[in-house]
Write a protein that binds this ligand. Structure first.
Ligand SMILES: Cc1cc2nc3c(=O)[nH]c(=O)nc-3n(C[C@H](O)[C@H](O)[C@H](O)COP(=O)(O)O)c2cc1C
Length: 246
């Protein structure tokens, strides 16, 4: 199995999503998979300009020359695509959405109705058949992932794949104050990676354990309180500095 992890965090390798991605990659490799990881924060990928040259003039080829030239060959080779997508304003980051939109060059302009009667475009080339989502968000409630999960599911169907697992861990604000909180989940995500590489799925027990939030809302508020205090001090220092200038 070849897996491609595309990390959409603006903080790249420094973020919580990167820790989850590394844990998943470790498990995938242990299970015998080859893994490539891309950080969009380190890449130059412009938004789709809707020129539709890829559909009308050169099927399968985007007119823009940037780092999608690195992404597309890896997408074509991959059996598994992992969107490593932290929640940004209830969905994915703009950087990652640019990548997603640019995969429109995998489509033809023609139309057909799928088995469910939905009108769709046929493919110019195959996107990875299996898709996963790994995500975190600062707030402690799992409900925060719902719009992102809905987008990933819809996009996966639209591009002819199947979404095999969504591994979403809430509470990253508190996790950053106390990184050890994430450790049991990282071990579970590694286990999920092994299962995906060996069995093509995440076992229901592993999934259920990952879906349990790593900390209660009360514990979250306690740890987040440290962050709030840090912010208050930082703002007070800045206000002092500005008052000194005027
Ligand atoms: C522009 C922006 C919007 C965000 N919106 C949300 C949000 O709607 N819900 C949420 O739970 N977290 C939100 N967050 C917090 C991020 O999901 C959180 O910081 C996460 O840890 C980022 O991933 P990273 O650690 O891999 O960088 C937002 C962060 C940014 C920068």
């Amino acid at each position: 199995m070849r897996a491609l992890i595309i990390n959409g965090s603006a903080r790249g390798a420094k973020g919580v999503t990167a820790k989850m991605g590394a844990a998943l990659a470790e498990g995938l490799v242990q299970g015998g998979a080859h893994v490539d990881t891309l950080f969009v924060a380190d890449m130059n990928i412009a938004p789709c300009t809707a020129c539709l040259s890829c559909m009308h003039l050169h099927p399968g080829h985007c007119a823009q020359r940037d780092d999608m030239d690195v992404v597309v060959p890896l997408l074509k080779q991959a059996d598994l695509l992992v969107w490593a997508a932290p929640v940004y304003t209830d969905t994915m980051s703009a950087q990652l959405k640019a990548v997603m939109d640019r995969t429109i060059c995998s489509k033809q302009p023609f139309l057909y109705q799928d088995a469910g009667g939905r009108v769709r475009h046929p493919k110019a080339w195959d996107m990875p058949p299996k898709v996963m989502l790994i995500s975190t968000g600062s707030f402690p409630e799992p409900v925060n992932f719902e719009p992102l999960v809905a987008t990933i599911r819809a996009q996966t169907i639209n591009f002819g794949g199947s979404c095999i697992a969504e591994l979403c861990v809430p509470g990253s604000l508190a996790i950053q104050m106390e990184p050890s909180v994430l450790e049991p989940h990282l071990a579970l995500i590694t286990q999920a990676g092994r299962e995906v590489a060996q069995e093509g799925r995440v076992r229901s027990g592993t999934l259920a354990a990952i879906q349990r939030p790593p900390l209660s809302v009360d514990r979250y508020r306690e740890l987040a309180g440290r962050y709030e205090n840090w912010c208050r001090k930082k703002q007070a220092k800045m206000a002092e500095k500005q008052a000194g200038k005027s």
